[in-house]
Write a protein that binds this ligand. Structure first.
Ligand SMILES: [Zn+2]
Length: 448
């Protein structure tokens, strides 16, 4: 559904007005940033009390009133929730009554289970777009411009990023000169050479994608003697980039690599600045706490669970929510001068990744492309039981026979992992599906 012209113009003006403030907000004095956060916090707490059943009930049971919440430090008075609590009763986190307006229900096919549905109201989506200018201004130091550069997104078709992008295209009117030239390409779908040709034809200034995939892509190109036209910057999110890959891209190829921290629950949580050390947190939109052992807030340099509270989305209210990521608290402020606080690093999730004993990791898409191409078998699933211990499940036809395919799969996985793994290949009628009916490409039973 597309919006009428009046609505498009109104929301475009709203977004541009907020984006215009982005040259200032990241450097604002810390007290005024905290005041911004507190204003949004009090607004959403009041709304949750009035309209959101889960929070009304939780606050009543604890004898709490909206006035008890003055700063983000008070959010821990609410119950600690996570994806299971939300997924069990999503309607309890949505407001009662009318007035939710347009907006977008994001669908994320979590690799670990069922599909997650999460509704965002229009205003929070436009604010996230405006907050994206925090990162665009960082990228401008590499691309030379805030608008008009070419951005290629190597993300799965139907990914959260592409759902949000099509919402903006249907509901906003962005003047050509204020926008980027964007394209989307599903990673690992085409043979390597064809994928690289598509990238080179598009000539991206900025290449965006999964941390675990992008480094692997450039390495694979190098091994095959193929050249990827170097972008001016690489931006990754969704999962961590192995340190070796980052070093190869930055030192070996001279491409600056920056990361972002985004999630279906809170959209833009943080971004990396030109110093490329920690991640600056957008605390005016999302309150973030790193909870160390026994739930207390982690000290400098300490790792812990990331707990977020989305302060802008009134269509699904999630406060004091354990997002499932592990991060290290920063040791101090970032030398770039931005006052938005930093977390030291994000350790990421383990989904969809094979972790190797030498510290490298392989993305499922990269593994699949190589195994499919070597064996001619399309339907495959790799299970990692431990370092050097794998099982491959294969289903369907093998053009050169199952015996040849089995040998090819074992040889290719050995080449990929760079060791002599123990691999068993099981031919099955159908690949087992997860709870959501989807079949995962890679299952790692190994914890990092
Ligand atoms: Zn910085």
């Amino acid at each position: 559904m597309t919006s009428g012209i009046a609505s498009r113009l109104m929301w475009s003006a709203y977004t541009l007005a907020h984006a215009a403030m982005e040259s200032r907000i990241p450097w604002e004095d810390p007290d005024s940033l905290v005041r911004r956060q507190n204003r949004r916090l009090r607004r959403i707490i009041g709304f949750a009390w009035e309209r959101v059943p889960f929070y009304r009930d939780a606050m009543e049971k604890r004898g709490l009133r909206p006035d008890d919440f003055r700063t983000a430090a008070d959010l821990h008075l609410l119950p600690l929730i996570d994806g299971h609590v939300y997924g069990g009763n999503p309607h309890l986190f949505q407001p009662t009554g009318a007035g939710r307006g347009a907006g977008l229900t994001l669908q994320s096919s979590g690799t670990s289970g069922r599909t997650k549905h999460l509704r965002h109201d229009s205003r929070s989506l436009y604010l996230a777009l405006a907050h994206g200018h925090r990162q665009r201004r960082v990228l401008a130091q590499f691309t030379g411009r805030v608008t008009g550069y070419r951005e290629l997104n190597l993300v799965r078709d139907g990914s959260v990023a592409s759902q949000i992008r099509s919402f903006y295209e249907q509901h906003l009117w962005t003047p050509r000169r204020a926008d980027l030239t964007r394209a989307f390409l599903t990673p690992g779908e085409l043979p390597l050479e064809a994928e690289i040709n598509r990238i080179n034809e598009f000539r991206p200034d900025v290449l965006m994608g999964y941390g675990s995939y992008l480094g692997a892509l450039f390495r694979a190109a190098q091994q095959r003697g193929l050249e990827i036209r170097p972008p001016k910057a690489i931006v990754y999110g969704a999962d961590a980039m192995p340190a070796l890959d980052r070093a190869y891209l930055e030192s070996g190829l001279g491409i600056p690599v920056l990361s972002t921290y985004q999630s279906t629950e809170a959209l833009r949580i943080g971004f990396q600045c030109e110093r490329r050390a920690g991640l600056h947190l957008s605390i005016d939109a999302v309150a973030v706490r790193i909870a160390g052992p026994e739930g207390r807030t982690a000290g400098p340099g300490e790792a812990g669970d990331v707990i977020i509270s989305n302060l802008t989305n009134h269509a699904t209210v999630l406060l004091n929510y354990r997002i499932g990521d592990v991060a290290v608290n920063a040791a101090g402020p970032c030398p770039c001068g931005r006052t938005l606080p930093v977390i030291g690093s994000l350790e990421g999730r383990c989904d969809d990744i094979i972790h190797l004993a030498d510290g490298r990791s392989l993305h499922a898409l990269q593994v699949m492309r190589r195994l499919r191409s070597a064996s001619g078998v399309e339907r495959l699933q790799v299970v990692q039981f431990g370092h050097g211990r794998y099982s491959i499940r294969a289903a369907g036809d093998a053009p050169n026979g199952r015996q040849a395919a089995t040998s090819a799969l074992v040889a290719e996985l050995s080449a990929l992992t760079g060791c002599r793994p123990s691999v068993t290949v099981d031919w099955v009628e159908a690949l087992p599906a997860g709870a959501n009916g989807k079949t995962r490409l890679v299952i790692s039973e190994l914890r990092k």
